[in-house]
Structure formats: C-alpha cells, structure tokens
Design a protein around this ligand. Sequence first.
Ligand SMILES: Nc1ncnc2c1ncn2[C@@H]1O[C@H](COP(=O)(O)OP(=O)(O)OP(=O)(O)O)[C@@H](O)[C@H]1O
Length: 293
Amino acid sequence: MTKKYGRRTALSEVDLTVPAGRVVGLVGPNGAGKSTLLHLACGLLEPTSGSLRVLGSRPAESAAHLARVGFVAQDTPVYPSFSVADHLRLGARLNPSWDGELAERRVARAGLGPDQKAGRLSGGQRAQLALTIAAAKRPELLIFDEPAAALDPLARRGFLENLVEFVAELGASAVLSSHLLGDIERVCDHLIVLCGARVQVAGRVRDLLDGHRRLVAPRGGLDRPLPGVEVIRVEHDGAHSRALVRIDALPPSIPYPAEPVTLEELVLGYMARASAAPSGPAAPAGTAWEGAR
Ligand SMILES: Nc1ncnc2c1ncn2[C@@H]1O[C@H](COP(=O)(O)OP(=O)(O)OP(=O)(O)O)[C@@H](O)[C@H]1O
C-alpha cells in the first residue's frame, strides 16, 4: 500500500499484518508517516495504490464497521463548550453500542465532574475524556495518535494504565503511535518502526528482542562484512565497536560476544539505518489489521 499527498510519498509500499488482540506501538521520527497510516486505518484517508483491511473490511466501509473502530486523534479533540456529561450524552446518541455504565464509571475514576466544561479541562483530563468516549463505543480496535504526548510523566503513566485496562476490559486490540519509547515498552506487545515512509521492522516485541543481538568487537573489528550476518547498525566508542545484528542469521563461528539488546537500541538502530539510506530497504505491499475477536 502506498499513500501520496500530491508528489510527496508519505507511505511507500507498506506491507503489514497485525494479529488480533495485540497492543501495537507505532514509532518513527517526525514525518515518518505514522499519522497517515493511522488515518488510513480508520478510513479518514484512502491509499493512493494498494489496499488495506481493518477487522477484515475496507476501513469505514459501513456504519457498522465504523462502530467497531475507536479513534483518538493527535490533539485528543473534544468540544470545548460542552460539559463532560454532554459528551457522554452525545456519545450515547451517536453510538448504538454505547456502554453508559462503563463511560460513567471511567469518568468518575478519572476525577472528572459531569458539569466541567471540556474546554477548561487540563491536557491529561481531556485525554482521559477522549479515551473514555472512544472506549465506551466498545470498539474491537482502538487507534490512538500520540495519545499521551502532551501529558506530564505521571499523567502519562495513569493514562497508559487506563488504556491497557480498557483494552483488556473490552477484549480489544489497540494501536498507538508515540515518540516515547519508554511508553511503548511499558504497554505494547507488538512494534512497528516506520521511517522514511517505509516499515523498517515490525513484529512481536518478544520475538524482535529474541531475534537481535549486540556484537561487541575491538574497534574496527566490525568494519568488514561478516559472512552470513545481517548488520543493522555499527557504532564505535573508545576501544570498541558495537553492532546491532539479526540473530536468525548469526553463524556460531562469529568470534565476538553476542549480547541481548534493549527495545530502544533496536528502534534507534533501524531508524539510523533508514536515515543513512533515505530510500530505505525494499518492502512488498498490502496491509491488514486483524483486530477481529
Ligand atoms: N495533508 C497533507 N498534505 C501534504 N503532505 C502531508 C499531509 N499530511 C502529511 N503530509 C506529509 O506526509 C509525511 C508523513 O506525515 P505524517 O503526519 O503521517 O507523519 P508522522 O509520522 O505522523 O509525523 P509526526 O510524528 O511529526 O506527527 C510528511 O512528510 C508530511 O509532511
């Protein structure tokens, strides 16, 4: 699947399948195409070429399909002059599957008063309200575009805990974009790294961590290609060179220690590789979000 805005390619030949029941983290630098991918997934945009299926259908194919997907946009939009209670009433009117009990319980837990005007809420409270409205639709897939970006670390932690609780309570899948790798590490079990309009790496977090290692060699020892090893990135510091490598291709004869990697190291390694080669590695096409229960 490819998405262009005029002559600018925002996503190039993206080919992804995300299994149901996962909390998916979408990471990448500014302008990588994260919002574009999320807007495509909830039907606000259409691909320029290729196709995309979410919960087995074309995004926003019907009212019934729309009701199965909850979306919280980047600035957690609410109606400033409407009260918290107005928002819940509106949600109930617009969504046939609205769970009023869940909405009221969550609003009370977040400490939001029914009469508070949304325009006077703090960033954190607004995010909680937007999350509540998206979740009270009881969607099968929740999509968040940088949901916690404006929140302080404590509010962010609370928001993310709520998000994970919601996803578990609804038995739903979730996709969230973020620049904050710590947040992704805390709540996501599946990762997509987007950079330069292409997916650089994607998969279950545990499999990605198991599938990569850090090779540590005397400085310069990793400058020449190692037969059978896919090197993602090499860094030099002092007397050592360190390489992020894929382990499924690591022959036992490699003379250097292979250490476990952190998620941050893995993400930064792929981003650095993509920045060094702006066109990025070739990728096939077609995208599916299999959030169906
Ligand atoms: N409506 C638009 N018209 C033209 N170009 C656009 C439009 N929306 C996005 N783009 C371009 O598409 C590319 C991807 O943008 P997108 O907003 O998807 O990135 P992002 O990863 O969400 O960035 P950020 O982290 O800064 O929010 C960028 O080069 C951006 O300038």
